[in-house]
Ligand binder design. Structure first.
Ligand code: TRP
Ligand code: ZN
Length: 458
């Protein structure tokens, strides 16, 4: 479900401008979505609509056997197209519209040539059978990403590039699609994914879990996590809360499910209704993983989260998951907003006020390296999750709030989630929206806080 092309004006000018109708044989789809931070991520020429993934995993051997049924739509006359899948997994067969297709694998690109050209705007289906022993990748910032093995299964977090380590797809964040996961594992472990648990059935010592993620999702937000979990699924207040907690997780997980509704009620009041059919979280025991992730509907944590971290990952469900950036460079639209959410929740529960949190972050001396990174341009993929993206991002929002007042500020946030629900939007769109809703010229403010290095004055 591609709503926006991730192309800069400059990249656009270098594209061949041949209209599809002039070439009935079609042309190959691009091997990437055009994101400078991860050039090979995503693919051109088609729009992924739905992934139906059937996975079988054995934690003891580390073996995954998978079948991916993809429903897609061509966005050009397509002679050939790519999917992102690392070649540590072996593709065994590919069909397109039920007919055998030829394919090659190299690096993280699976290249499929259908027996006949796919007509522009036509829907088509792809079935890919694959297997192997998935492994995580190491990101430019040195962290682990993807299919991360634990003592009892898998901690599966995929931001920014892990999705290609376990399923084939169009894995740039601009191509969202609905997902359904049918996962079979030994009866001693649980498989938990995004969305609603729709079925659980055991047979011959193995258990199959079916999870339906009915709202569109970017690949980096998908998860299939496996391990010894206590799985609980209940309705609490207005929410279906599904939690999976590793009994070995450090800290006290009592009441973990019950902690979600008050946070979600509070943020629904500020941002508009919670955008997903269920919520909850996955609490794994993964001391080797240094971060949590806002996996859609159900964040994943390497230990029982603090109240701040819980709020952070739940705010991402609106900012990041429902409204997703168009390029990785705009990551502050995720992390700055989620950090501001931490500040809001802290004040709400009577801990540190938003103003105190701002003052503390702003107190960094002007010579501090921190101020050299502009909020809206972290400079490269190695800085995606660095402090300026989080703290300067949150400070930017607080300064905006001060400039336009509370009413206009929260009206901007509500308009942002309403106008871009389940879609993508970039920093320029946020600047334009802020000016439209507030009726103020905010060019100077955003220039200092978003685009220029150096400590902005107040
Ligand atoms: N988006 C995550 C969060 O803030 C953080 C995250 C994802 C991360 N991938 C990472 C942090 C890799 C460091 C390294 O909730
Ligand atoms: Zn975050």
């Amino acid at each position: 479900m591609k709503r926006l092309l991730a192309l800069t004006a400059a990249a656009f000018l270098t594209l061949p401008l041949t209209p599809a109708t002039a070439d009935p044989a079609g042309t190959p789809g691009a091997a990437g979505a055009g994101d400078p931070y991860f050039p090979g991520q995503g693919n051109g020429g088609y729009d992924a609509l739905h992934y139906d993934l059937t996975l079988d995993y054995d934690p003891a051997s580390g073996r995954l056997s998978g079948r991916a049924d993809l429903a897609a739509r061509a966005t050009q006359a397509l002679s050939r197209f790519n999917l992102d899948l690392v070649d540590t997994l072996t593709v065994r067969s590919v069909t397109v519209d039920g007919r055998p297709a030829s394919y090659t694998q190299s690096g993280s690109e699976l290249v499929v040539t259908p027996p006949r050209t796919l007509r522009d705007r036509r829907g088509f289906s792809v079935v890919i059978r694959y297997d192997g022993n998935p492994a995580h990748v190491i990101d430019p910032d040195g962290s682990m990403d993807g299919w991360i093995k634990t003592d009892d299964g898998v901690f599966n977090a995929n931001e920014p590039q892990g999705a290609m380590t376990w399923y084939p797809g169009n894995h740039h964040m601009t191509d969202k699609a609905t997902h359904r996961f049918t996962v079979t594992v030994p009866g001693s472990v649980v498989a938990v994914a995004n969305g609603d648990l729709v079925r659980k059935a055991s047979k011959g010592g193995r258990t199959t879990y079916v999870w339906n993620s009915r709202e569109p999702m970017a690949g980096y937000l998908a998860t299939v996590s496996i391990g010894t979990f206590d799985l609980a699924d209940s309705r609490i207040g207005r929410y279906r809360v599904t939690t999976a907690v590793d009994p070995k997780a450090a800290g006290d997980a009592t009441g973990f499910a019950e902690r979600h509704p008050p946070v979600l009620d509070y943020f629904s009041g500020l941002f508009g209704r919670y955008p997903y059919s269920s919520t909850g979280g996955i609490v794994d025991h993964a001391p080797e993983v240094g971060y949590a992730l806002e996996t859609q509907t159900r964040p994943i944590y390497p230990r029982v989260p603090s109240e701040s971290l819980l709020a952070h990952e739940l705010v991402h469900q609106w900012f990041g998951n429902s409204v997703t950036p168009t390029l990785w460079r705009d990551i502050w639209l995720n992390e700055g907003f989620a950090t501001y959410g931490e500040w809001l929740w802290s004040e709400r529960r009577g801990a540190q006020s938003v103003q105190d949190a701002f003052d503390e972050a702003y107190a960094r001396p002007a010579e501090d390296e921190f101020w050299q990174t502009p909020t809206a341009d972290p400079g490269g993929p190695e800085n995606l999750f660095h402090a300026p993206v989080y703290d300067r991002g949150a400070m930017t929002l607080h300064v905006l709030r001060g400039a336009v007042g509370d009413d206009a500020f929260f009206a901007i946030l509500r308009a942002w989630v309403r106008e871009h629900r389940y879609g993508n939007a970039d920093t320029a769109a946020f600047v334009a929206l802020s000016q439209r809703v507030s009726g103020k010229d905010l060019a100077g403010l955003f220039d200092a806080w978003l685009f220029k290095p150096g400590k902005p004055s107040l």
